[in-house]
Write a protein that binds this ligand. Sequence first.
Ligand SMILES: Cc1cc2nc3c(=O)[nH]c(=O)nc-3n(C[C@H](O)[C@H](O)[C@H](O)COP(=O)(O)OP(=O)(O)OC[C@H]3O[C@@H](n4cnc5c(N)ncnc54)[C@H](O)[C@@H]3O)c2cc1C
Length: 596
Amino acid sequence: MGYHAPVKDMLFCMEELAGLEQLSRLPGLADAGLETARAVLEECARFNEGVIAPLNAEGDRRPSRYEQGQVLTTPGFADAFSQFAEGGWQGLSHPTDFGGQGLPKTIAAAAMEMLNSASLSFALCPLLTDGAIEALLTAGSEEQQQLYLPKLIAGEWTGTMNLTEPQAGSDLSLVRTRAEPQADGSYRIFGTKIFITYGEHDLADNIVHMVLARVTGAPEGVKGISLFIVPKLLPKADGSLGERNDVHCVSIEHKLGIKASPTAVLQYGDHGGATGYRVGEENRGLELMFIMMNAARYALGIQGIAVAERAYQKAVQYARERVQSRPVDGSLPGSAPILHHPDVRRMLTTMRALIEGCRAMAFAAAAEHDRAHAEPDAEARHRHQALYEFLVPLVKGYCTEISLEVASLGIQVHGGMGYIEETGAAQFLRDAKILTIYEGTTAIQANDLVGRKTLRDGGAAARLLAQQIAATEAELSDRPSAAARAVLRRLKPGREAFEQVVEFVLREAKAQPNAVFAGSVPYLMLAGSLVAGWQLARSLIVAEERLAADHDRAFMEAKVATARFYAEHLLVRLPGLRDSIVEGADSALGLELEAF
Ligand SMILES: Cc1cc2nc3c(=O)[nH]c(=O)nc-3n(C[C@H](O)[C@H](O)[C@H](O)COP(=O)(O)OP(=O)(O)OC[C@H]3O[C@@H](n4cnc5c(N)ncnc54)[C@H](O)[C@@H]3O)c2cc1C
């Protein structure tokens, strides 16, 4: 099935929720107004709908293949990647100094969503390249930046993230890959990395591996990890390609989903040592990796929204076409398209409300990121950064978890045909499942939310968020409409539930860590759902204003309906979640270890 990019909803989120026009008044973002956004999104939609989306099912049927050290990607991927690079899409949000277009994340997020809706498997290669670019921008030496960034930003070379080893997944303190210092300042790298996305492929001339390793004699644990660039082909000073480095792909995995994206086992140093160049200071690798991970975690949340959107579009199309059973209200004399059945409408509305809520949350988070970089006032920058960092685990954790719910509902709407592979609905669910696992499982995001994002600042960012939500409640309470009242009725107890959980976490984390961490994923889900519902409440206020001015009636009426649905069917769950976190902590750990 084709993909139709939801440009209108994206522009609505950017304009009305993320405040793109105000953003474009900040220093350095003058070219990033609504007109630019519209032009970029329309072009991006054309490219993804026409070039990438048709490859998605093919990637599932004909995954990447491993042949004698080489990886051959799905037919069509290499050509599409050339077009992606030539179109300048890799450089959208990267600095103009290195050949990028310098657009804010608020616009880049929409482009990222389209690419991922078109094909998650394809989009992973640029996504990881973005991570490598971020790390080099933050900590690369000037020489490293000059050598690598223009090539990565142009899409001539691609990047990878090499964290995982057989014994080191969520726990990177166990990384064993070794780096031996050489007289010329470089290092020899030895070790095995597993699960490396696009660790080998035929899409670009070179692959720049960003590798976590331990310098000989470094301390144990995370304090002894450094970050290295290990290029597949060693570049000469002028950027031309030289010798093959001693890093080799020994196999790729067979997977549940994202089958076109090669997941490589990489062997470093079997033939004397791979040449690596340290990025940043020795033993500070994990901090740098976190920079890459933060960028990648945000992008993964976008992946969740993207695959959910594609699943939704397919389900709607099927629900219009499939004729089965007479409507219960007798509105049609005989069997009708299943879209007429209230339960099918409930499923489709749930899918749509989750997607729109998550998109609104993610774009608003992107705006916090952009403000954290562009606001002239240091205190404002700090505030926006704190909010952005609080939102990253919610975007990653919540948007990816809901992608499973949405993709599963998508299959349900199809009935038996959804379970049959050739229909294509099943691929979305299989593809989506990885999103709650890589770049840190949902539990790891939740640990981040509790530890780094709630406890570390004594709940300051969480309270700031709650204040902003309360301000929206005040706006809602001034509105006479039934929809505004209905949303307020659920948003307020949802926000209060969030505040009570935050206080519980702050109060009990030391005394009862098990109780707090047993509720950490529910806390993440509560917070994510609240922020998404809040953004939809803001959408409702805007939509009612636009309706009063008789502007774009059908779109605005749908926004009001979606916001109300979200409040009455999803926000309504939050007080229950609060109860299970705060009052159900004992039973969460009621089964003794021996009982399993
Ligand atoms: C298709 C694919 C692509 C990948 N791409 C990359 C890549 O490009 N680069 C890379 O470096 N890695 C990559 N990975 C690895 C991925 O990031 C890890 O699989 C992931 O971080 C989880 O680690 P693990 O598999 O070792 O699971 P484990 O760490 O063994 O986790 C198993 C379970 O225990 C839970 N758990 C573990 N620790 C905790 C804790 N502290 N608190 C609560 N629960 C916990 C987890 O949530 C999970 O449910 C990829 C993996 C896959 C499958």
